[in-house]
Design a protein around this ligand. Sequence first.
Ligand code: PMP
Length: 357
Amino acid sequence: MKKYNFNAGPSILPREVIENTAKQILDFNGSGLSLMEISHRAKDFQPVVDESVALFKELLDIPEGYSIIFLGGGASLQFMQIPANFLIKKAAYVNSGVWAKKAIKEAKHFGEVIEIASSADANYTFYPKGFESKVPADVDYLHICTNNTIYGTEIRKELDVNVPLIADMSSDIMSRPIDVSKYKAIYAGAQKNISMAGVTVIIVKDDELGKAPRELPTMMDYRTHVDKGSMFNTPPVVPIYSMMENLRWLKKNGGLEAADKRAHERAEALYTEIDRNKLFKGTVENDSRSLMNICFVMNDEYAELEKPFLEFATERGMVGVKGHRSVGGFRASCYNAMTMEGVNALVQAMKDFEAKY
Ligand code: PMP
């Protein structure tokens, strides 16, 4: 049976990305060695890093003066590495979910942190609003998590603030064009929209590096990795390769504007059904709805149908639609590689389930 992968991360990747990576794992560029066996300094691997950097620059339209590095450690390491490098005195953070909260916790090791907005009291059912005018002018940066993977809220627009931004874009990176010039740094674990788990992408503004008033251990300092082109130590070779394949796929399929359009089409179809179907309701405020993680629950009077619906959907090939344990219900993650066929299969399952009751 065909499977439709709605996992929240690691998550769906385009079939051709998986197949091309698999081929290279068996025989890298006809060398007789696996991609898993080669040195990261092998002459054939440098072009993979170079092409990945070039594709990021092209697809995201990254201006001069920014570097792109590929590190291990996940987005979670960035919760500390970002303030270690960029927090000089004081930073503002928006508390829009558990990941944002974790970023706040780590930043406090390095300086003053002002939480300028939060939706914690509402179990993060909306993206905090109205904070743009409240950002103190003297902060080093405003940190946002653009898409809250667990709750299904997203801020899918450029903020109008007078300070530089830093963003955790782990779950919506490369799903829409962004104005990189507004950011001091952007970081993302790759395992949702752009690759398998194992590599974190960090885009940093070069002339903001080296300003923090602290001695940084070598591995913590972004300059180490910028200067060595992500080769200071052994980078995650296979995840970088699959990322390059995925960026090629994105380019071939119309770049980020087309990715954005597809994301809107997928989300529109699912939210329309959630709002129409008498059994289900959405969990977040309409104007905060994420295009990436679409969260919904059973309507109160049908609460006992939660498990039966999960079973029903599973029988039809849906994978990963169970909601995060802190929200319950369902979460359909629709990252770049999700097709309308997958979304339509889920919508049809919701319709057919409704017809049964
Ligand atoms: N930020 C966001 C928005 C996430 O969704 C996640 C993981 N789900 C993380 C950070 C943590 O990422 P990692 O597991 O790569 O450390």
